[in-house]
Design a protein around this ligand. Structure first.
Ligand SMILES: Nc1ncnc2c1ncn2[C@@H]1O[C@H](COP(=O)(O)OP(=O)(O)OP(=O)(O)O)[C@@H](O)[C@H]1O
Length: 315
């Protein structure tokens, strides 16, 4: 996609008069064939808008996007048949139908019928681990199971490209891990996958490359290694620490900001790998007992990495 732009009219209702809202502000991005590419950004960054344009349900306000060589504005039919779409949440599944019925319905829309349809649906149910629940209504499924039906639905047309929009949001950790394993299988089959997420660890685990998006702009495209380096570098250590010890520890190399809150707890933020562990050791040796460590949020890491131009959570 080149200089892709989408502006929404402001205000509500038919007579929209409020200020315009720029959801995509000139996005340039090339996803290579066979690549699992992550689009990582906070709420309101523009990820869903981008997915909607690529899946031809929303028109761009400017710029150009092609899916497997087909323009999303002028060649919508070709785009639609060459891609599978998996949106997170409840959208797109019929709760009162069984998993098998849902897949048959979508398969029929892709022009499959008879034995070919049955075989494809059976294979997909097997693949996403739902063979035993194939004839239960989808409304009784857990979030993770529904998401597996979604993935099977996205695969029913055997697409070369899959668009996964926040597929693991709301899943428990085990279900999310299983789902990521399925994405790994798609990569092994050399399918191209564009996956949006606001989970840095997820992006790091499943993607070949990750683009960071904020305020409708791509800030950078990175390898997962760079992300994992950020994740290990930036940690937080919180404890009740005597002032003289705070003064000593704040001079340690790799300790970034140090702040003490009203309740007397001090927070150290590290900027180098391994420093959090070193801090914890020093605190324990000095007799400090309740020490907690945590990972910063995506936004905080971006603030470290991009400074004042870090991510802003909108909405
Ligand atoms: N139909 C619409 N009308 C007006 N503004 C919209 C519309 N759809 C999206 N926006 C705005 O465009 C911006 C980008 O939204 P988008 O849904 O693409 O973000 P996102 O990165 O997918 O966020 P999330 O992770 O919360 O889904 C947001 O500020 C949002 O409020």
């Amino acid at each position: 996609m080149t200089a892709l732009r989408r502006v929404f009219a402001g205000g509500k209702g038919l007579r929209k008069r409020g200020p315009e809202h720029v959801a995509l502000d000139g996005v340039d991005l090339v996803v290579d064939a066979g690549e699992v590419h992550g689009l990582l950004g906070p709420n309101g960054a523009g990820k869903t808008t981008l997915c909607k344009i690529l899946s031809t349900v929303l028109l761009p306000s400017g710029g150009m996007a092609k899916v497997l060589g087909h323009d999303v504005v002028t060649h919508t039919a070709q785009v639609r048949t060459s891609m599978g779409i998996v949106f997170g949440g409840e959208r797109g599944l019929y709760g009162r139908l069984t998993a098998r019925q849902n897949l048959k319905f979508w398969g029929a829309l892709h022009g499959l019928h008879g034995k070919q349809l049955r075989t494809r649906v059976d294979a997909l149910l097997d693949r996403v681990g739902l063979r035993d629940r194939a004839d239960d209504r989808v409304e009784a499924f857990s979030r993770g199971m529904k998401q597996r039906v979604h993935l099977a639905r996205g695969m029913v047309g055997d697409p070369a490209l899959l668009l996964l929009d926040e597929p693991t949001t709301g899943m428990d950790p085990v279900a999310a891990k299983d789902f990521r394993a399925l994405v790994g299988e798609l990569r092994a089959e050399r399918r191209t996958v564009l996956i949006t997420t606001h989970d840095m660890v997820e992006a790091e685990q499943v993607c070949d490359r990750v683009s960071l998006i904020d305020s409708g702009r791509i800030l950078a495209t990175e390898s997962p290694n760079a992300l994992s380096e950020w994740i290990t570098r930036f940690e937080r250590v919180d404890a009740l620490v005597p002032p003289e010890l705070v003064s000593r520890l704040r001079t340690l190399p790799g300790v970034g900001s140090v702040s003490t809150s009203d309740d007397g707890r001090t927070r150290f933020e590290t900027t180098e790998e391994g420093v959090a562990a070193q801090l914890v050791r020093s605190l324990v040796e000095a007799g400090v007992t309740t020490v907690t460590t945590s990972k910063p949020s995506l936004e905080e890491v971006y603030l470290h990495v991009f400074g004042g131009n870090g991510m802003a959570v909108r909405r």
